[in-house]
Design a protein around this ligand. Structure first.
Ligand code: 2HA
Ligand code: ZN
Length: 275
């Protein structure tokens, strides 16, 4: 028995491999964090280091994440390598009692620290935990090419992106009835982009980073991966249709058709995004 035989670790590792297989994680692109359930922490605790790492301040703070444990990809590590050598490419971090620092309790055996986007993940976990009554556990950042391409040709507003995506595939209004947020281009890795993203994540469960990628959130690995996958698939259809039609669209899903989907599937669309 090894820590990587524990179900939560297996599911986390599988998601990293799935993201690589989709082509969303060139080089060290993207990052994944999971807020562990207490029983998962107890399952993993026998494998924790005898002496954990030093506390490292994050530059951000969250009261509702004091004492939590997260699984995180490592900064500079490649998703491709996670299934091959999880112990060297991912880690488990503990958050301190003040909610403003982490320390490594397992993993990154050849050195390193959690993802460079840990401040963004951390604040997103905080606002999504609050917004979902504790249900949200996964924050996933990837670099899906078609969605990134859309950020060069559409106005960078939540309304424009949500409408374009909803109209690009019939399942979209059902999968993300609340729409997607948009963060303008910013320098990645720091406090400012973390704060800007978490502001969007108060309202949306996914946020586009202009010319960079997408943050998606959810209660479990399948739902979160599925949200990333659905958004990127819709973006691909949008780009394919515009490219094939040389910018001309002959027909699309009309607003009343979006309303009809919402009615039959029992979801509430963000009304201000409809005409
Ligand atoms: O981890 O994706 O945004 C590399 C990145 C930074
Ligand atoms: Zn990135």
């Amino acid at each position: 028995m090894a820590i990587t035989d524990i179900e939560v670790m297996q599911n986390y590792i599988r998601m990293c491999g799935d993201g690589w297989d989709q082509g969303w994680h060139e080089r060290n692109g993207g990052n994944l964090t999971y807020r562990m359930r207490p029983e998962e922490v107890e399952q993993c605790r026998p494998y924790f280091k005898d002496s954990p790492g030093e506390w490292v301040e994050m530059g951000v703070q969250a009261d509702n994440l004091r004492g939590e444990f997260f699984i995180s990809t490592g900064s500079g590590k490649y998703f491709r390598n996670v299934p091959l050598a999880p112990q060297d490419n991912i880690c488990i971090v503990e958050i301190n009692a003040a909610g403003d620092a982490w320390r490594i309790v397992w993993g990154l055996e050849k050195g390193g620290c959690p993802t460079s986007e840990f401040p963004s993940h951390f604040l997103n976990h905080s606002v999504r935990k609050e917004a979902t009554g504790g249900a949200c556990r996964v924050i996933y950042h990837a670099h899906p090419a078609n969605l990134i391409a859309m950020t060069y040709i559409l106005p960078l507003t939540a309304r424009d992106f949500t409408r374009a995506l909803w109209k690009s595939a019939t399942e979209c209004p059902v999968v993300f009835p609340g729409g997607v947020g948009v963060v303008p281009w910013m320098v990645p890795g720091g406090r400012d982009i973390a704060l800007a993203t978490s502001e969007r994540m108060k309202e949306y469960d996914a946020a586009v980073w202009a010319h960079h990628g997408l943050f998606a959130s959810g209660p479990d690995f399948d739902t979160t991966f599925g949200l990333m996958h659905t958004i990127e698939k819709a973006a691909q259809i949008y780009i394919l249709a515009l490219s094939a039609g040389q910018g001309k669209i002959l027909q699309t899903i009309e607003d009343d058709q979006l309303r009809a989907i919402a009615k039959d599937f029992g979801v509430t669309l963000r009304e201000e995004f409809l005409d």
